[in-house]
Design a protein around this ligand. Structure first.
Ligand code: FE2
Length: 134
């Protein structure tokens, strides 16, 4: 899936979490794109079996769509926390997290998770320790 489609999926998930429903208008507003772009992306997500939408109805996520969206949002949240630990201002951290979430390897994300959860400097020792006990 492309970065753009992942972002649409993530935004639908965030709207459902925040407002209980996702409408084309709100997705367009939050992502700062035009409504026809949202409609086009939704058609592709529908083909991939990730969203459902009745004509003019709210956008819904399939179980698979929800799983992927939650994973993208999880990466976003982790990366934002990581950047803020580095004293990146919140808005910049949010924007950059939204770019990084699509491109980092699982290994790097794991190490960043260790770093964020381990309080920073002790993260490496912690991950080495995990290896020894395995
Ligand atoms: Fe994001």
């Amino acid at each position: 899936m492309t970065k753009a489609l992942e972002d649409y999926l993530e935004e639908v998930h965030v709207l459902i979490l925040q407002k209980g429903k996702a409408r084309v208008r709100d997705v367009a507003h939050d992502l700062n794109v035009k409504m026809p772009s949202v409609v086009k992306a939704l058609a592709e997500l529908k083909k991939l079996g990730l969203v459902n939408q009745e004509p003019y109805g709210d956008i819904e996520l399939t179980a698979k769509g929800r799983r992927i969206a939650a994973s993208v949002l999880g990466r976003h949240t982790l990366l934002k926390a990581f950047l803020m630990k580095l004293n990146v201002p919140e808005e910049q951290a949010d924007n950059d997290a939204c770019l990084m979430e699509h491109i980092l390897s699982a290994t790097t994300l794991d190490r960043i998770r260790d770093f964020v959860e381990g309080g920073g400097v002790r993260a490496k020792e912690k991950s080495d320790k995990n290896k020894e006990t395995k």
